[in-house]
Write a protein that binds this ligand. Sequence first.
Ligand code: ACO
Length: 336
Amino acid sequence: MTARRSLLLGCGSYLPDRVLSNDELAERVDTSDEWIVQRTGIRQRHIAAEDELTSDLALAASRSALAAAGLGVDEVDLIVVATTTPDDTFPSTATRVQAGLGMRRGAAFDVQAVCAGFIYAVSVADSLIRTGQFECAIVIGAETFTRILDWQDRSTCVLFGDGAGAIVLRGDSSPDSSGYGVLSTHLHSDGREREILYVDGGPSRSGTSGHVRMNGREVYRHAVSKLGRVIDEALTANRLSVDDVDWLVPHQANRRIIDSMAARMKLPPEKVVCTIERHANTSAASVPLALAEAVMDGRVKPGHLVLFEAIGGGLVWGAGLVRIGVPRHAQGSHCA
Ligand code: ACO
């Protein structure tokens, strides 16, 4: 019997209209375009409008992913939203998306693993699909991260942006689906490292949503070593090598971290999807935003093997391997 797996049928994304350049930021805080580009690779970021909530971004990305998959909302029975910037403490942002889509069945919930949230959400949705509990999921990474920035703190406020990305996963048990879809996900956390990246607020601690605080050097050090190890773990678990990887779609935290991952893997830069220059760090949205962009512009094609990795506050980190597209029997729904 062929194991049931989650095929990736479509990707979508949404970026708010407003773009904030480094030069504009330099009018607010003591920084410069040169410093930001040199240390991070970021040139601009998108900022949600005042009346735009995380669920609005997530809803727009979901609609575009459903359209790419060629599916109607009636076929979806699960929504998982990865976010650190939910609309409200409750209800979940996922239930807001469910209502917005007009979906009247199934389940919807949020996953909180900061910048690694999308990989955690894919892992949860994939597990629920593999066990047969759900058939078709929209997995979303969505953030209005700029709402939790201290705009006086130049060491953090220059790094982040807003946006949303989404994918559609559907269960399939046919023999020729083997090797397609989510091959595996690998999740880790280490709660001892809280102090190097956290938010100084929350409903229980202070009744406010707080602001991002970070020891950038320490985060950098952990990112390079932990992401390197989890990439090795993902490849080894699937008996694959770097040569099998068509694309690295990394978390877009810092250009230097991305470059050092690619160098460590000996992966040529042409195989790395990099959006940090235009999107900055959109936390849980960064991987699905980058994936959607590369699928939509035709770089990532059906049959390609994509490696995801991400790390965030906690610390939490993870990686996943996904073969894009669907085998012949399931065509009609396709990744576009
Ligand atoms: N503009 C100008 N100067 C700045 C800025 C800024 N925006 N921010 C910090 N500086 C100054 C500091 O005050 C310091 O000045 P000093 O030497 O006079 O004290 C100097 O630049 C060096 O500061 P560092 O923090 O040591 O700079 P560093 O070279 O480490 O770069 C950075 C900072 C880019 C944050 C780096 O540590 C990094 O990339 N860390 C990884 C963390 C990361 O990517 N976080 C993203 C969120 S977490 C995640 O998604 C995983």
